[in-house]
Design a protein around this ligand. Structure first.
Ligand SMILES: [Zn+2]
Length: 373
């Protein structure tokens, strides 16, 4: 009886500990060589925005699709997938919200400069992980998040106003002006209002709909302002997406399609124009009909694919921890460029496998180590 009890206990302890070994150990590896194509990129700068947009860009000038997130559908793992290109392990989600328990590379880190505006809960995470001092954050003080307690859309007005005055100030500041005109720059607008309004009032509320209107108008004004600033040089790429969705009752975190399916609209330098399709597209989730977009090609991606897409558009290294696959159908570029980019992307993912294999080999008894064919 005692032997049986001890064996049972041992088995349970081993199982229990194995969970920590499997899920609470970061799968990320380090020491890979960063990779990008040597060909000139189509865009000099990238503007990255979070949340919903009107159909006019989809119909007239960009490529769109649904971006599929993984669970948990929370802000931190969503942002990591979008900007760093990998699905954050449970250990990182569990260990801290604002801190980086594990080091990782990101499109922001690879950029020449990134300016970001938005919530103090999200932005510092990417500035902290960046080597050097080239990722700048403009956040509202956490205590002042209350300024939006009656109307969360003020969080978004704050972002748009700040970006506006930033570019206004650059007109008078010649060194900032010159820095903004360099290539490989990223501007990131984190628009939290819709999330907050969705939690407080639910996504079908008037507050939420008004907030969509505000963001829609804000994006429109922002694009004109940026195009104006850069003299319509056709060198700006725009990426519009979301970290996660939300249920009708204002929650997220789980795996319901309303939480895991997010919009992706990309346009500007290096991005394909809308492609009209005659035959029905192979999506049976009903969105094409609901959104009246059956005739415009839809290109779905996995959320982590957006990181290599952004890297490719401005010609920076693919983030080294990224497992994203470059969605070629978004690119308006030569076959040569696409082939070189695919190749660099494949080698970059393979690098991680190689490093992981060496690590495994070093920590395994050589007799037991058999590499895959
Ligand atoms: Zn939320």
């Amino acid at each position: 009886m005692i032997t049986f009890f001890l064996v049972g206990l041992t088995v349970h302890v081993v199982f229990f500990l194995s969970i920590f070994d499997i899920y609470f150990t970061s799968p990320l590896v380090h020491g890979m060589t960063p990779l990008a194509t040597s060909l000139p990129p189509p865009a000099s700068r990238l503007v990255l925005m979070w949340l919903m947009d009107s159909g006019s860009i989809i119909e007239s000038r960009g490529t769109w699709g649904v971006s599929h997130t993984r669970v948990p559908t929370e802000s931190r793992p969503g942002h990591v997938a979008l900007i760093a290109g990998f699905y954050e392990d449970v250990s990182a989600v569990a260990k801290g919200w604002k801190e980086n328990p594990v080091e990782f590379d990101s499109v922001f880190n690879e950029s020449r400069h990134t300016w970001s505006w938005g919530s103090p809960d999200i932005l510092p995470m990417f500035a902290k992980g960046a080597t050097g001092d080239h990722v700048y954050t403009h956040t509202y003080p956490a205590a002042e998040e209350d300024f939006a307690s009656t109307d969360a859309s003020r969080l978004d007005s704050w972002v748009f106003n700040q970006v506006n005055s930033f570019f206004e100030s650059a007109k008078k500041d010649s060194s900032l002006n010159a820095t903004l005109r360099e290539d490989k720059n990223v501007f990131f607008l984190h628009l939290l209002g819709l999330d907050t309004n969705g939690h407080a009032h639910r996504p079908m509320s008037q507050e939420y709909l008004n907030n969509i209107g505000l963001v829609d108008a804000g994006v429109s004004e922002l694009v004109s302002m940026i195009e104006d600033f850069f003299g319509n040089d056709g060198k700006t790429a725009y990426v519009f997406t979301s970290d996660h969705g939300m249920t009708n009752w204002g929650s997220h975190g789980a795996g319901h399609p309303s939480e895991t399916l997010t919009p992706l609209v990309v346009w500007g330098a290096g991005v394909n124009s809308p492609v009209t399709v005659a035959e029905p597209q192979a999506f049976n989730d009903g969105f094409l009909k609901d959104w009246d977009l059956e005739q415009i090609r839809r290109v779905d991606v996995s959320q982590a694919d957006i990181a290599p897409l952004m890297a490719s558009l401005i010609g920076v290294n693919f983030p080294i921890n990224s497992v994203g696959v470059l969605p070629l159908q978004y690119l308006n570029n030569s076959n040569h460029f696409k082939a070189e980019s695919m190749y660099a992307n494949a080698i970059q993912v393979l690098e991680q496998y190689k490093v992981k294999m060496i690590q495994k080999k070093e920590t395994t008894i050589s007799l037991l180590f058999t590499p895959y064919q």
